[in-house]
Design a protein around this ligand. Structure first.
Ligand code: G4P
Length: 545
Protein backbone atom coordinates (compact mmCIF):
# COMPACT_ATOMS: atom_id res chain seq x y z
CA UNK A 1 0.00 0.00 0.00
CA UNK A 2 1.40 3.43 -0.90
CA UNK A 3 1.78 6.10 1.79
CA UNK A 4 -1.04 8.07 0.27
CA UNK A 5 -3.43 5.11 0.40
CA UNK A 6 -2.37 4.50 3.95
CA UNK A 7 -3.18 8.07 4.93
CA UNK A 8 -6.60 7.83 3.35
CA UNK A 9 -7.19 4.56 5.13
CA UNK A 10 -6.19 6.05 8.48
CA UNK A 11 -8.54 8.94 7.87
CA UNK A 12 -11.46 6.62 7.16
CA UNK A 13 -10.71 4.54 10.23
CA UNK A 14 -10.37 7.63 12.37
CA UNK A 15 -13.76 8.96 11.16
CA UNK A 16 -15.41 5.64 11.92
CA UNK A 17 -13.82 5.42 15.38
CA UNK A 18 -15.00 8.93 16.21
CA UNK A 19 -18.57 7.95 15.37
CA UNK A 20 -18.59 4.80 17.46
CA UNK A 21 -19.74 4.26 21.01
CA UNK A 22 -19.87 0.84 22.54
CA UNK A 23 -21.48 -0.16 25.84
CA UNK A 24 -23.07 -2.90 27.90
CA UNK A 25 -25.92 -2.53 30.37
CA UNK A 26 -25.30 -3.85 33.86
CA UNK A 27 -28.38 -4.46 35.95
CA UNK A 28 -30.29 -6.92 38.07
CA UNK A 29 -33.14 -8.84 36.41
CA UNK A 30 -36.35 -6.82 36.24
CA UNK A 31 -34.67 -3.44 36.52
CA UNK A 32 -35.82 -2.73 32.96
CA UNK A 33 -32.90 -3.65 30.69
CA UNK A 34 -35.07 -5.09 27.94
CA UNK A 35 -37.41 -2.11 28.10
CA UNK A 36 -34.56 0.41 28.00
CA UNK A 37 -32.91 -1.47 25.12
CA UNK A 38 -36.16 -1.35 23.16
CA UNK A 39 -36.44 2.37 23.69
CA UNK A 40 -32.85 3.02 22.69
CA UNK A 41 -33.34 1.01 19.52
CA UNK A 42 -36.49 2.93 18.81
CA UNK A 43 -34.56 6.22 18.77
CA UNK A 44 -31.98 4.62 16.56
CA UNK A 45 -34.65 3.57 14.11
CA UNK A 46 -33.28 0.03 14.24
CA UNK A 47 -36.72 -1.30 14.99
CA UNK A 48 -40.02 0.38 14.37
CA UNK A 49 -41.98 -0.88 17.28
CA UNK A 50 -40.72 -1.16 20.79
CA UNK A 51 -41.48 -4.70 21.88
CA UNK A 52 -39.52 -6.18 19.02
CA UNK A 53 -36.70 -7.13 21.32
CA UNK A 54 -38.96 -9.53 23.13
CA UNK A 55 -40.43 -10.81 19.90
CA UNK A 56 -36.94 -11.44 18.67
CA UNK A 57 -36.20 -13.28 21.88
CA UNK A 58 -39.12 -15.57 21.23
CA UNK A 59 -37.94 -16.40 17.75
CA UNK A 60 -34.54 -17.08 19.12
CA UNK A 61 -36.09 -19.46 21.61
CA UNK A 62 -37.69 -21.29 18.73
CA UNK A 63 -34.51 -21.77 16.78
CA UNK A 64 -31.71 -22.02 19.26
CA UNK A 65 -30.49 -25.46 20.07
CA UNK A 66 -30.47 -24.94 23.75
CA UNK A 67 -34.03 -24.27 22.91
CA UNK A 68 -35.14 -27.23 24.99
CA UNK A 69 -33.59 -25.69 28.02
CA UNK A 70 -34.66 -22.23 27.03
CA UNK A 71 -38.18 -23.36 26.26
CA UNK A 72 -38.48 -25.38 29.43
CA UNK A 73 -37.44 -22.36 31.43
CA UNK A 74 -38.94 -19.68 29.21
CA UNK A 75 -35.73 -17.70 29.32
CA UNK A 76 -33.06 -16.56 26.97
CA UNK A 77 -29.53 -17.68 27.69
CA UNK A 78 -27.74 -16.29 24.71
CA UNK A 79 -26.49 -12.77 24.47
CA UNK A 80 -26.03 -10.81 21.31
CA UNK A 81 -24.81 -7.54 20.02
CA UNK A 82 -27.10 -4.85 18.72
CA UNK A 83 -25.86 -2.13 16.43
CA UNK A 84 -27.84 0.98 15.65
CA UNK A 85 -27.28 4.45 14.32
CA UNK A 86 -28.46 7.59 16.05
CA UNK A 87 -27.80 10.98 14.50
CA UNK A 88 -24.08 10.93 13.67
CA UNK A 89 -23.20 8.00 15.92
CA UNK A 90 -22.93 4.25 15.43
CA UNK A 91 -23.81 2.55 18.68
CA UNK A 92 -22.91 -1.00 19.64
CA UNK A 93 -24.89 -2.37 22.54
CA UNK A 94 -23.32 -5.53 23.85
CA UNK A 95 -26.27 -7.37 25.26
CA UNK A 96 -25.82 -9.64 28.24
CA UNK A 97 -28.03 -12.53 29.37
CA UNK A 98 -30.87 -11.21 31.47
CA UNK A 99 -31.52 -14.28 33.54
CA UNK A 100 -30.71 -14.36 37.21
CA UNK A 101 -28.58 -17.43 36.66
CA UNK A 102 -26.26 -15.42 34.54
CA UNK A 103 -22.92 -16.85 33.57
CA UNK A 104 -19.36 -15.82 32.96
CA UNK A 105 -20.38 -14.64 29.51
CA UNK A 106 -21.69 -11.52 31.15
CA UNK A 107 -18.32 -10.83 32.75
CA UNK A 108 -16.50 -11.50 29.48
CA UNK A 109 -18.82 -9.24 27.55
CA UNK A 110 -17.74 -6.43 29.85
CA UNK A 111 -14.16 -7.10 28.74
CA UNK A 112 -15.23 -6.07 25.25
CA UNK A 113 -17.20 -2.99 26.34
CA UNK A 114 -15.79 0.54 26.42
CA UNK A 115 -18.59 1.91 28.62
CA UNK A 116 -21.21 0.52 30.98
CA UNK A 117 -24.71 1.73 31.74
CA UNK A 118 -25.70 0.81 35.29
CA UNK A 119 -29.44 0.50 35.41
CA UNK A 120 -31.21 0.68 38.76
CA UNK A 121 -34.82 0.33 39.77
CA UNK A 122 -35.60 3.50 41.75
CA UNK A 123 -37.55 1.50 44.32
CA UNK A 124 -34.85 -1.12 44.85
CA UNK A 125 -31.56 0.72 44.48
CA UNK A 126 -28.46 -1.45 44.21
CA UNK A 127 -29.15 -5.15 43.77
CA UNK A 128 -26.82 -8.19 43.90
CA UNK A 129 -26.23 -8.80 40.20
CA UNK A 130 -25.52 -5.13 39.59
CA UNK A 131 -22.97 -5.10 42.39
CA UNK A 132 -21.12 -8.10 40.92
CA UNK A 133 -21.04 -6.63 37.44
CA UNK A 134 -19.95 -3.30 38.84
CA UNK A 135 -16.87 -5.02 40.31
CA UNK A 136 -15.80 -6.09 36.81
CA UNK A 137 -16.31 -2.58 35.43
CA UNK A 138 -14.30 -1.18 38.31
CA UNK A 139 -11.47 -3.60 37.63
CA UNK A 140 -11.40 -2.47 34.00
CA UNK A 141 -11.78 1.21 34.97
CA UNK A 142 -14.41 1.82 32.28
CA UNK A 143 -16.80 4.77 32.44
CA UNK A 144 -20.10 3.95 34.16
CA UNK A 145 -23.30 5.86 33.42
CA UNK A 146 -26.15 5.40 35.88
CA UNK A 147 -29.78 5.40 34.79
CA UNK A 148 -32.28 5.35 37.66
CA UNK A 149 -35.34 3.75 36.14
CA UNK A 150 -39.04 3.42 37.01
CA UNK A 151 -39.37 6.99 38.25
CA UNK A 152 -43.05 6.77 37.29
CA UNK A 153 -43.50 4.51 40.29
CA UNK A 154 -43.05 5.34 43.96
CA UNK A 155 -39.37 4.90 44.68
CA UNK A 156 -36.66 5.76 47.16
CA UNK A 157 -35.47 9.34 47.63
CA UNK A 158 -33.03 10.30 44.84
CA UNK A 159 -30.46 11.58 47.34
CA UNK A 160 -30.62 8.25 49.21
CA UNK A 161 -30.02 6.37 45.97
CA UNK A 162 -26.93 8.47 45.26
CA UNK A 163 -25.66 7.97 48.82
CA UNK A 164 -25.96 4.23 48.38
CA UNK A 165 -23.85 4.25 45.19
CA UNK A 166 -21.23 6.44 46.83
CA UNK A 167 -20.96 4.58 50.10
CA UNK A 168 -21.42 1.00 48.94
CA UNK A 169 -19.64 1.06 45.59
CA UNK A 170 -17.16 3.78 46.44
CA UNK A 171 -18.19 5.50 43.22
CA UNK A 172 -18.66 9.28 43.23
CA UNK A 173 -21.85 10.50 41.54
CA UNK A 174 -22.65 13.54 39.44
CA UNK A 175 -26.33 13.86 38.58
CA UNK A 176 -26.64 15.26 35.08
CA UNK A 177 -30.33 15.73 35.57
CA UNK A 178 -32.57 15.77 38.61
CA UNK A 179 -36.12 14.45 38.87
CA UNK A 180 -39.12 16.65 39.51
CA UNK A 181 -41.53 14.57 41.56
CA UNK A 182 -41.85 10.82 41.42
CA UNK A 183 -44.50 8.14 40.97
CA UNK A 184 -47.63 9.56 39.41
CA UNK A 185 -46.28 13.02 40.14
CA UNK A 186 -43.12 12.55 38.08
CA UNK A 187 -43.13 15.57 35.79
CA UNK A 188 -39.71 15.48 34.22
CA UNK A 189 -36.15 16.43 35.06
CA UNK A 190 -33.99 19.49 35.49
CA UNK A 191 -30.98 19.47 33.19
CA UNK A 192 -28.19 20.74 35.43
CA UNK A 193 -25.86 21.67 32.59
CA UNK A 194 -28.26 23.66 30.43
CA UNK A 195 -30.37 24.88 33.39
CA UNK A 196 -33.54 23.79 31.71
CA UNK A 197 -36.61 21.91 32.83
CA UNK A 198 -37.37 19.00 30.54
CA UNK A 199 -41.04 18.11 30.75
CA UNK A 200 -42.28 14.85 29.42
CA UNK A 201 -45.41 13.88 27.67
CA UNK A 202 -46.42 10.32 28.17
CA UNK A 203 -45.61 8.58 24.91
CA UNK A 204 -47.94 6.02 23.43
CA UNK A 205 -46.46 2.53 23.72
CA UNK A 206 -43.86 1.99 21.05
CA UNK A 207 -43.59 5.67 20.14
CA UNK A 208 -40.85 8.21 20.69
CA UNK A 209 -41.57 10.69 23.46
CA UNK A 210 -41.87 14.41 23.06
CA UNK A 211 -39.91 16.57 25.44
CA UNK A 212 -40.56 20.19 26.11
CA UNK A 213 -37.56 22.22 27.29
CA UNK A 214 -38.10 25.42 29.29
CA UNK A 215 -35.40 27.60 30.81
CA UNK A 216 -35.34 27.45 34.60
CA UNK A 217 -35.51 31.24 34.86
CA UNK A 218 -38.56 31.52 32.64
CA UNK A 219 -41.36 33.43 34.37
CA UNK A 220 -44.31 31.25 33.49
CA UNK A 221 -42.79 27.93 34.52
CA UNK A 222 -45.57 27.41 37.06
CA UNK A 223 -48.02 27.19 34.17
CA UNK A 224 -46.47 23.84 33.31
CA UNK A 225 -45.97 22.11 36.62
CA UNK A 226 -46.78 22.27 40.32
CA UNK A 227 -44.63 24.81 42.12
CA UNK A 228 -44.11 22.64 45.20
CA UNK A 229 -42.63 19.82 43.10
CA UNK A 230 -40.28 22.18 41.33
CA UNK A 231 -39.21 23.88 44.57
CA UNK A 232 -38.54 20.59 46.19
CA UNK A 233 -36.31 19.52 43.29
CA UNK A 234 -34.52 22.89 43.33
CA UNK A 235 -33.84 22.58 47.06
CA UNK A 236 -32.31 19.16 46.56
CA UNK A 237 -30.20 20.56 43.76
CA UNK A 238 -28.93 23.28 46.07
CA UNK A 239 -27.71 20.60 48.45
CA UNK A 240 -25.95 18.90 45.56
CA UNK A 241 -24.43 22.13 44.28
CA UNK A 242 -22.88 22.68 47.70
CA UNK A 243 -21.90 19.18 48.72
CA UNK A 244 -21.85 17.10 45.54
CA UNK A 245 -18.93 16.26 43.26
CA UNK A 246 -18.10 18.63 40.45
CA UNK A 247 -18.07 17.65 36.82
CA UNK A 248 -14.77 16.09 35.80
CA UNK A 249 -14.55 14.34 32.44
CA UNK A 250 -11.27 12.62 33.29
CA UNK A 251 -12.80 11.04 36.38
CA UNK A 252 -15.79 9.89 34.34
CA UNK A 253 -13.43 8.36 31.79
CA UNK A 254 -11.61 6.25 34.32
CA UNK A 255 -14.75 5.09 36.10
CA UNK A 256 -14.29 7.10 39.31
CA UNK A 257 -17.29 9.38 38.80
CA UNK A 258 -20.62 8.25 37.41
CA UNK A 259 -22.98 10.64 35.62
CA UNK A 260 -26.50 9.92 36.90
CA UNK A 261 -29.77 10.25 34.96
CA UNK A 262 -33.34 9.76 36.09
CA UNK A 263 -36.18 8.48 33.97
CA UNK A 264 -38.66 5.81 33.16
CA UNK A 265 -37.90 3.45 30.32
CA UNK A 266 -41.43 2.12 30.16
CA UNK A 267 -43.13 5.46 29.67
CA UNK A 268 -40.17 6.73 27.72
CA UNK A 269 -39.43 9.56 30.15
CA UNK A 270 -35.83 10.67 29.92
CA UNK A 271 -34.43 8.06 27.54
CA UNK A 272 -33.60 10.50 24.77
CA UNK A 273 -31.94 13.09 27.07
CA UNK A 274 -29.94 10.22 28.51
CA UNK A 275 -28.90 8.94 25.08
CA UNK A 276 -27.87 12.43 23.92
CA UNK A 277 -25.66 13.06 26.96
CA UNK A 278 -24.34 9.54 27.00
CA UNK A 279 -23.12 9.84 23.41
CA UNK A 280 -21.51 13.10 24.26
CA UNK A 281 -19.71 11.85 27.36
CA UNK A 282 -19.04 8.18 26.59
CA UNK A 283 -15.60 7.00 25.70
CA UNK A 284 -15.04 6.22 22.06
CA UNK A 285 -13.07 3.06 21.20
CA UNK A 286 -9.62 3.69 22.61
CA UNK A 287 -6.23 2.04 22.70
CA UNK A 288 -5.77 -1.45 24.18
CA UNK A 289 -2.82 -2.96 25.88
CA UNK A 290 -1.00 -5.72 23.99
CA UNK A 291 2.35 -7.51 24.23
CA UNK A 292 3.53 -4.82 21.83
CA UNK A 293 2.40 -1.83 23.88
CA UNK A 294 -0.82 0.11 23.47
CA UNK A 295 -2.47 -0.36 20.09
CA UNK A 296 -4.41 2.68 18.90
CA UNK A 297 -7.76 2.01 17.19
CA UNK A 298 -6.61 4.07 14.23
CA UNK A 299 -3.59 1.84 13.71
CA UNK A 300 -3.58 0.80 10.07
CA UNK A 301 -3.60 -2.96 10.68
CA UNK A 302 -6.65 -4.91 11.74
CA UNK A 303 -6.70 -6.51 15.20
CA UNK A 304 -9.32 -7.86 17.56
CA UNK A 305 -9.91 -10.51 20.20
CA UNK A 306 -12.42 -13.26 20.91
CA UNK A 307 -14.55 -12.47 23.96
CA UNK A 308 -17.31 -15.01 23.61
CA UNK A 309 -18.03 -18.32 21.94
CA UNK A 310 -21.49 -19.53 21.28
CA UNK A 311 -22.23 -23.07 20.20
CA UNK A 312 -25.24 -24.08 18.16
CA UNK A 313 -26.96 -20.77 17.81
CA UNK A 314 -28.88 -22.34 15.01
CA UNK A 315 -29.27 -26.14 15.05
CA UNK A 316 -29.83 -26.20 11.31
CA UNK A 317 -26.21 -25.23 10.86
CA UNK A 318 -24.78 -26.91 13.98
CA UNK A 319 -22.34 -24.09 14.12
CA UNK A 320 -20.19 -22.33 16.61
CA UNK A 321 -19.82 -18.61 16.50
CA UNK A 322 -16.85 -16.70 17.88
CA UNK A 323 -17.57 -13.09 18.76
CA UNK A 324 -14.67 -10.78 17.98
CA UNK A 325 -14.31 -7.28 19.30
CA UNK A 326 -12.54 -5.21 16.66
CA UNK A 327 -9.78 -3.16 18.31
CA UNK A 328 -7.85 -1.53 15.48
CA UNK A 329 -7.84 -0.94 11.75
CA UNK A 330 -10.50 -1.97 9.34
CA UNK A 331 -11.97 -5.42 9.08
CA UNK A 332 -12.91 -6.53 5.59
CA UNK A 333 -14.79 -9.56 4.42
CA UNK A 334 -12.57 -12.30 3.01
CA UNK A 335 -9.49 -10.85 4.63
CA UNK A 336 -6.77 -13.20 5.83
CA UNK A 337 -5.69 -12.72 9.41
CA UNK A 338 -3.23 -14.37 11.73
CA UNK A 339 -4.30 -16.26 14.81
CA UNK A 340 -1.81 -15.30 17.49
CA UNK A 341 -2.00 -18.45 19.64
CA UNK A 342 -1.31 -20.89 16.81
CA UNK A 343 0.38 -18.64 14.27
CA UNK A 344 -2.00 -19.92 11.59
CA UNK A 345 -3.35 -17.75 8.80
CA UNK A 346 -7.15 -17.81 8.53
CA UNK A 347 -9.32 -16.43 5.77
CA UNK A 348 -12.43 -14.89 7.26
CA UNK A 349 -14.88 -15.56 4.53
CA UNK A 350 -18.22 -15.49 6.33
CA UNK A 351 -18.10 -12.73 8.89
CA UNK A 352 -21.50 -11.88 10.28
CA UNK A 353 -23.17 -9.26 12.29
CA UNK A 354 -25.67 -10.93 14.48
CA UNK A 355 -28.86 -9.23 15.47
CA UNK A 356 -30.80 -11.67 17.55
CA UNK A 357 -31.34 -14.62 15.30
CA UNK A 358 -30.91 -12.65 12.11
CA UNK A 359 -27.52 -12.68 10.59
CA UNK A 360 -26.21 -10.36 8.03
CA UNK A 361 -22.90 -10.85 6.30
CA UNK A 362 -20.69 -7.85 7.00
CA UNK A 363 -18.45 -6.27 4.43
CA UNK A 364 -16.45 -4.24 6.87
CA UNK A 365 -16.21 -3.41 10.53
CA UNK A 366 -14.31 -0.87 12.62
CA UNK A 367 -12.93 -0.56 16.15
CA UNK A 368 -15.71 -0.86 18.72
CA UNK A 369 -17.74 -3.19 16.48
CA UNK A 370 -18.34 -6.84 17.13
CA UNK A 371 -18.39 -9.46 14.42
CA UNK A 372 -19.39 -13.09 14.60
CA UNK A 373 -17.19 -15.66 12.91
CA UNK A 374 -18.02 -19.25 12.28
CA UNK A 375 -15.65 -21.09 14.46
CA UNK A 376 -14.54 -24.53 13.47
CA UNK A 377 -13.20 -25.19 16.95
CA UNK A 378 -10.16 -23.06 16.39
CA UNK A 379 -10.84 -20.08 18.60
CA UNK A 380 -10.65 -19.82 22.37
CA UNK A 381 -11.78 -16.99 24.60
CA UNK A 382 -9.13 -14.28 24.63
CA UNK A 383 -7.48 -15.21 21.30
CA UNK A 384 -6.11 -12.32 19.24
CA UNK A 385 -6.52 -12.01 15.46
CA UNK A 386 -4.42 -9.50 13.55
CA UNK A 387 -2.78 -8.49 10.31
CA UNK A 388 0.77 -7.13 10.11
CA UNK A 389 3.27 -7.66 12.93
CA UNK A 390 2.45 -10.11 15.67
CA UNK A 391 0.40 -8.74 18.53
CA UNK A 392 -1.42 -10.36 21.38
CA UNK A 393 -3.96 -8.57 23.55
CA UNK A 394 -4.12 -9.13 27.26
CA UNK A 395 -6.47 -12.08 27.67
CA UNK A 396 -9.64 -12.29 29.69
CA UNK A 397 -9.08 -13.35 33.29
CA UNK A 398 -10.94 -16.08 35.21
CA UNK A 399 -13.61 -14.68 37.51
CA UNK A 400 -14.51 -16.22 40.83
CA UNK A 401 -17.17 -18.90 40.39
CA UNK A 402 -19.90 -19.20 43.00
CA UNK A 403 -21.32 -22.64 42.38
CA UNK A 404 -19.38 -25.87 42.47
CA UNK A 405 -20.39 -29.34 41.54
CA UNK A 406 -18.74 -32.69 40.96
CA UNK A 407 -19.42 -33.93 37.48
CA UNK A 408 -19.80 -37.70 37.72
CA UNK A 409 -19.64 -40.02 34.76
CA UNK A 410 -22.09 -42.88 35.40
CA UNK A 411 -20.87 -44.99 32.44
CA UNK A 412 -17.17 -45.78 32.63
CA UNK A 413 -17.34 -47.20 29.10
CA UNK A 414 -18.26 -43.75 27.79
CA UNK A 415 -15.27 -42.09 29.44
CA UNK A 416 -13.61 -41.16 26.15
CA UNK A 417 -16.55 -39.06 25.00
CA UNK A 418 -17.13 -37.72 28.48
CA UNK A 419 -13.54 -36.51 28.57
CA UNK A 420 -13.74 -35.03 25.09
CA UNK A 421 -16.92 -33.14 25.99
CA UNK A 422 -15.55 -31.80 29.26
CA UNK A 423 -12.31 -30.65 27.65
CA UNK A 424 -14.01 -29.00 24.71
CA UNK A 425 -16.60 -27.24 26.81
CA UNK A 426 -13.82 -25.92 29.06
CA UNK A 427 -11.87 -24.70 26.03
CA UNK A 428 -14.94 -22.96 24.79
CA UNK A 429 -15.32 -21.19 28.13
CA UNK A 430 -18.73 -22.72 28.88
CA UNK A 431 -17.57 -23.51 32.40
CA UNK A 432 -14.43 -23.51 34.54
CA UNK A 433 -12.99 -26.89 35.45
CA UNK A 434 -11.22 -27.51 38.73
CA UNK A 435 -9.52 -30.71 39.86
CA UNK A 436 -9.15 -32.40 43.20
CA UNK A 437 -5.56 -32.42 44.40
CA UNK A 438 -6.04 -36.05 45.35
CA UNK A 439 -5.24 -37.61 41.98
CA UNK A 440 -7.27 -40.70 42.76
CA UNK A 441 -10.41 -38.55 42.55
CA UNK A 442 -10.69 -38.23 38.81
CA UNK A 443 -14.07 -36.58 38.45
CA UNK A 444 -13.81 -32.95 37.43
CA UNK A 445 -15.35 -30.15 39.46
CA UNK A 446 -17.50 -27.77 37.45
CA UNK A 447 -17.25 -24.20 38.69
CA UNK A 448 -19.75 -21.66 37.45
CA UNK A 449 -21.30 -18.32 38.20
CA UNK A 450 -24.89 -19.55 37.86
CA UNK A 451 -26.71 -22.85 38.26
CA UNK A 452 -27.97 -22.66 34.71
CA UNK A 453 -24.41 -22.70 33.41
CA UNK A 454 -24.01 -26.17 34.98
CA UNK A 455 -27.23 -27.40 33.49
CA UNK A 456 -26.20 -26.18 30.07
CA UNK A 457 -23.02 -28.24 30.36
CA UNK A 458 -24.96 -31.36 31.35
CA UNK A 459 -27.44 -30.78 28.55
CA UNK A 460 -24.75 -30.25 25.94
CA UNK A 461 -22.77 -33.30 27.07
CA UNK A 462 -25.87 -35.33 26.39
CA UNK A 463 -26.89 -33.66 23.13
CA UNK A 464 -23.55 -33.07 21.51
CA UNK A 465 -21.37 -35.83 22.95
CA UNK A 466 -24.01 -38.42 23.70
CA UNK A 467 -22.96 -38.91 27.31
CA UNK A 468 -24.88 -38.90 30.53
CA UNK A 469 -23.52 -37.09 33.53
CA UNK A 470 -24.55 -36.49 37.11
CA UNK A 471 -24.15 -33.19 38.86
CA UNK A 472 -23.44 -33.50 42.55
CA UNK A 473 -23.35 -30.13 44.19
CA UNK A 474 -20.62 -29.17 46.61
CA UNK A 475 -21.20 -27.00 49.68
CA UNK A 476 -18.98 -24.10 48.57
CA UNK A 477 -19.81 -20.62 47.36
CA UNK A 478 -16.54 -18.76 47.07
CA UNK A 479 -13.30 -19.45 45.21
CA UNK A 480 -10.03 -17.63 45.80
CA UNK A 481 -6.77 -18.06 43.92
CA UNK A 482 -3.65 -18.14 46.06
CA UNK A 483 -1.20 -15.71 44.48
CA UNK A 484 1.89 -17.13 46.22
CA UNK A 485 1.44 -20.53 44.57
CA UNK A 486 1.79 -24.07 45.88
CA UNK A 487 4.71 -23.53 48.26
CA UNK A 488 2.59 -21.34 50.53
CA UNK A 489 -0.32 -23.76 50.33
CA UNK A 490 1.92 -26.64 51.35
CA UNK A 491 2.93 -24.67 54.45
CA UNK A 492 -0.68 -24.30 55.54
CA UNK A 493 -1.00 -27.76 56.98
CA UNK A 494 -4.50 -28.92 57.77
CA UNK A 495 -7.25 -26.45 56.93
CA UNK A 496 -10.89 -26.52 58.00
CA UNK A 497 -14.18 -25.55 56.37
CA UNK A 498 -12.58 -25.11 52.99
CA UNK A 499 -11.18 -27.24 50.20
CA UNK A 500 -7.97 -26.82 48.26
CA UNK A 501 -8.20 -27.68 44.57
CA UNK A 502 -6.30 -26.75 41.41
CA UNK A 503 -7.48 -24.99 38.28
CA UNK A 504 -6.69 -26.10 34.74
CA UNK A 505 -3.48 -24.07 34.88
CA UNK A 506 -2.36 -25.99 37.95
CA UNK A 507 -2.83 -22.98 40.20
CA UNK A 508 -4.02 -23.45 43.78
CA UNK A 509 -7.61 -22.40 44.43
CA UNK A 510 -9.31 -22.49 47.82
CA UNK A 511 -13.07 -23.05 48.01
CA UNK A 512 -14.96 -21.60 50.98
CA UNK A 513 -18.46 -22.30 52.20
CA UNK A 514 -19.26 -18.70 52.99
CA UNK A 515 -17.90 -15.23 53.60
CA UNK A 516 -17.53 -15.95 57.31
CA UNK A 517 -15.24 -18.92 56.69
CA UNK A 518 -13.22 -16.88 54.24
CA UNK A 519 -12.75 -14.06 56.73
CA UNK A 520 -11.81 -16.51 59.45
CA UNK A 521 -9.23 -18.04 57.15
CA UNK A 522 -7.79 -14.63 56.27
CA UNK A 523 -7.45 -13.81 59.97
CA UNK A 524 -5.62 -17.06 60.58
CA UNK A 525 -3.37 -16.66 57.53
CA UNK A 526 -2.56 -12.96 57.34
CA UNK A 527 0.40 -13.48 55.02
CA UNK A 528 -1.53 -15.22 52.29
CA UNK A 529 -2.83 -13.22 49.33
CA UNK A 530 -6.13 -14.48 48.00
CA UNK A 531 -7.55 -13.18 44.71
CA UNK A 532 -11.09 -13.03 43.36
CA UNK A 533 -9.86 -12.91 39.80
CA UNK A 534 -7.03 -14.91 38.29
CA UNK A 535 -4.82 -13.47 35.57
CA UNK A 536 -4.64 -14.99 32.14
CA UNK A 537 -2.01 -17.64 31.57
CA UNK A 538 -0.19 -17.73 28.27
CA UNK A 539 2.39 -19.99 26.75
CA UNK A 540 1.42 -23.04 28.82
CA UNK A 541 -0.97 -25.81 27.88
CA UNK A 542 -3.89 -26.22 30.30
CA UNK A 543 -4.48 -29.51 32.11
CA UNK A 544 -7.05 -31.65 30.34
CA UNK A 545 -9.24 -34.16 32.07
P1 G4P B 1 -35.09 -6.81 32.56
O1 G4P B 1 -34.83 -6.94 31.08
O2 G4P B 1 -34.10 -5.92 33.25
O3 G4P B 1 -35.29 -8.09 33.28
O4 G4P B 1 -36.46 -6.03 32.75
P2 G4P B 1 -37.66 -5.73 31.74
O5 G4P B 1 -37.29 -4.66 30.78
O6 G4P B 1 -38.19 -7.01 31.21
O7 G4P B 1 -38.66 -5.08 32.77
C1 G4P B 1 -39.14 -5.77 33.90
C2 G4P B 1 -40.52 -5.24 34.25
O8 G4P B 1 -40.41 -3.88 34.65
C3 G4P B 1 -41.50 -5.28 33.08
O9 G4P B 1 -42.78 -5.51 33.61
C4 G4P B 1 -41.42 -3.86 32.54
O10 G4P B 1 -42.57 -3.46 31.85
C5 G4P B 1 -41.25 -3.07 33.83
N1 G4P B 1 -40.60 -1.78 33.62
C6 G4P B 1 -39.47 -1.51 32.93
N2 G4P B 1 -39.20 -0.18 32.96
C7 G4P B 1 -40.17 0.38 33.69
C8 G4P B 1 -40.46 1.74 34.07
O11 G4P B 1 -39.76 2.68 33.74
N3 G4P B 1 -41.57 1.92 34.84
C9 G4P B 1 -42.38 0.89 35.22
N4 G4P B 1 -43.43 1.20 35.96
N5 G4P B 1 -42.16 -0.38 34.87
C10 G4P B 1 -41.06 -0.63 34.11
P3 G4P B 1 -43.53 -6.87 33.44
O12 G4P B 1 -44.85 -6.69 34.09
O13 G4P B 1 -42.63 -7.95 33.94
O14 G4P B 1 -43.62 -7.05 31.88
P4 G4P B 1 -44.58 -6.31 30.81
O15 G4P B 1 -45.83 -7.08 30.86
O16 G4P B 1 -44.74 -4.89 31.21
O17 G4P B 1 -43.84 -6.47 29.53
Amino acid sequence: MGTNDQNINTEIISDEVNKRRNFAIISHPDAGKTTLTEKLLLYGGAIQQAGAVKARGNQRKATSDWMELEKQRGISITSTVLQFEYEESVINLLDTPGHQDFSEDTYRTLAAADNAVMLEDAAKGLEPQTRKLFEVCKMRKIPIFTFINKMDRPGREPLTLLDEIESELGLATIPINWPIGSGDQFRGVIDRLTKEVILFDKAARGKQSYEKRIKLDEQNLSNYLEENLLNNALEELEVLDEAGASFDKEKIYCGELTPVFFGSAMTNFGVRPFLDKFLNLAKKPSSRNSNNGNIEPTFNEFSGFVFKLQANMDPKHRDRVAFIRVCSGRFEKDMSVKHSRTGKVIRLSRPQKIFGKDREVVDDAYPGDVIGLNNPGMFSIGDTLYTGNHIEYEGIPCFSPEIFSWLRNPNPSAFKNFRKGVNELREEGAVQILYDIDESKRDPILAAVGQLQLEVVKHRLKNEYGVDSILESMPYQIARWVSEGWSSVDELGRVFNCKIVKDCWNRPVILFKNEWNLNQFLEDQPKLNLNKVAPVVSGVEPIDL
